[in-house]
Design a protein around this ligand. Structure first.
Ligand code: TMP
Length: 211
């Protein structure tokens, strides 16, 4: 019987170390004979939505985009990759996702948009098997290299995102990671969770986000 791959999502504030850790996990899984790929969101190379989102984030856009329209673009960006992710999981590839619906919802809520507007577009996307949430104080990330390069990298805004992320704490897939530890310690914690997860979900059906 073909077993499926796991959908492992990394979430957290800007500069919380997610990207470094997704790359370390990919290398670890490949070295241990497991198929895996990284999918980043927003996917700035996606032909319909990628460059508009990239322009917005780099503050290079010449059109006046509303918060709601930007939210839907981020969500559409995920929907446009849904089928590809499902196919990869079904053929047994583990999909490591750098940001997903949880960034989508919390970043938009932090701009003052309602939950009633922000949550529905995410329903029906593939439900992650685990969300590794990199928790860190925005006062710490603000000191890290590159912080401030993009429009949403402001400490007061990041603090709101951190507060809003708490809405997912009760979900069974939510695993909080202390992102203040060293890169190697965080990697060890990530590997322990993922090693446990992959065999557990291998014969589970692929489900959709429904709440
Ligand atoms: P990145 O730095 O991980 O590429 O993310 C780009 C920024 O986009 C980051 O500040 C978080 C934000 N974002 C949203 O506002 N909504 C979304 O749906 C996603 C995936 C990211």
């Amino acid at each position: 019987m073909t077993t499926r791959g796991a959908l492992i999502v990394f979430e957290g504030l800007d500069r919380s170390g997610k990207t470094t850790q997704t790359e370390k996990l990919l290398k670890y899984l490949n070295e241990n004979g497991k198929k895996a790929i990284i999918q980043r969101f927003p996917d700035r190379s996606e032909p319909l939505t990628g460059s508009t989102i990239d322009n917005y984030l780099r503050n290079a856009s010449c059109i006046n985009q509303t918060k709601e329209a930007i939210h839907l673009l981020f969500s559409a960006n995920r929907w446009l990759l849904r089928q590809k992710i499902e196919e990869l999981l079904k053929e047994g590839t583990n999909v490591i996702v750098d940001r997903y619906s949880f960034s989508g919802v919390t970043y938009t809520l932090s701009k003052g948009v309602s939950k009633q507007f922000a949550c529905p577009p995410e329903l029906g996307l593939i439900r992650p098997d685990a969300v590794l949430y990199f928790d860190v104080d925005p006062a710490v990330t603000a000191k890290r290299g590159g912080f401030g390069d993009e429009v949403l990298e402001r400490t007061d805004f990041q603090q709101k995102v951190r507060e809003n992320m708490k809405m997912f704490e009760n979900q069974s897939y939510w695993k909080k990671i202390n992102a203040n530890e060293t890169i190697d310690e965080v990697h060890k914690n990530v590997c322990a969770i993922v090693n446990d997860l992959i065999p557990k979900v291998a014969t589970n059906p692929i489900e959709s986000l429904d709440e």
